[in-house]
Design a protein around this ligand. Structure first.
Ligand code: MG
Length: 264
């Protein structure tokens, strides 16, 4: 099993980076692993922590229409260069945490995506430098209020709601180029999305090189690499599960958003 890097909140309320062991114990690190975090010698037992998103990005940069079949289902042709947008860091939420369905939206879609975690400050990378700057890989759901995306013509509101970026459950250092991405709704046995990540139009390295010509990326920043065909709507109560071979499973349930600021 590949090493699994997590971020957790302990039962004492402290935030830690760590390594998840096969017995679910977490070996605590003194810093993010991409900043040379070392083991403190402490361990958390399974009932002594809750899992958080595996990094705390200053920004999430996402790529739209990066699989030809998804571009086609959205009624557009593939872009000539990566089409990027931002999701706010406050949209990030953990595996197992709710996706809150906002009252402003009539259609909220899932988008299963491979996420890249950046390990160091990157600015104006040359082609060939990018691979070494990708510290690891995790799973994301680029949740999108599709009706608001169409209505606004730009994507900040549609993509930016709190909880609209489930991320995790952990980071692995390597992934096979032909890894399969699959998305499942509730207990249905057939996936609604199923694609090999090597069918993306712009590769992770090309996307990273492109983004760093525009903005500096900081350690722990995240890039979402786009979703394959098969996006579709979620309803309150749905369970959405995204699996990427070699990483694991990101699972979240949709809940109605409440107005009493009781969001977790
Ligand atoms: Mg997307």
């Amino acid at each position: 099993m590949a090493q699994r890097y997590v971020r957790v909140q302990s039962h004492l309320g402290q935030f830690h980076y760590g390594i998840l062991q096969a017995d679910r114990h977490v070996q605590v690190l003194d810093a993010p692993p991409w900043l040379e975090g070392q083991s403190t010698g402490a361990e958390l037992l399974p009932d002594q922590y809750s899992i958080l998103a595996p990094c705390s990005p200053s920004k999430v940069v996402a790529v739209g229409k990066n699989y030809a079949d998804h571009a086609a289902e959205m009624g557009s042709s593939p872009p000539q260069e990566p089409l990027i947008f931002l999701k706010p860091s406050t949209a990030v939420t953990a595996a197992g945490s709710p996706i809150y369905y906002p009252p402003q939206a009539q259609q909220v879609d899932y988008e299963g995506e491979l996420a890249l975690v950046i390990g160091e400050r990157c600015c104006q990378l040359q082609p060939g430098e990018a691979k070494a700057k990708i510290w690891g890989y995790t799973i994301a759901n680029d949740v999108t209020a599709r009706d608001l995306q169409r209505k606004d013509a730009q994507w900040t509101r549609a993509k930016g709601f709190d909880s609209f970026c489930p991320l995790g459950p952990w980071i692995v250092r390597e992934i096979s180029p032909g890894a399969q991405l699959q998305t499942f709704i509730n207990q249905q046995p057939e996936p609604v999305q199923s694609a090999s990540i090597d069918t993306m139009i712009f590769s992770p390295e090309e996307i990273l090189t492109y983004v760093t010509q525009i903005m500096t990326l900081l350690p722990g920043d995240v890039i979402l690499t786009g979703t394959p065909a098969g996006v579709g709507p979620l309803s309150v109560g749905d369970q959405i599960r995204i699996e990427i071979e070699g990483i694991g499973t990101l699972e979240n349930r949709v809940r109605a958003r409440v107005h009493d600021h009781a969001m977790g």
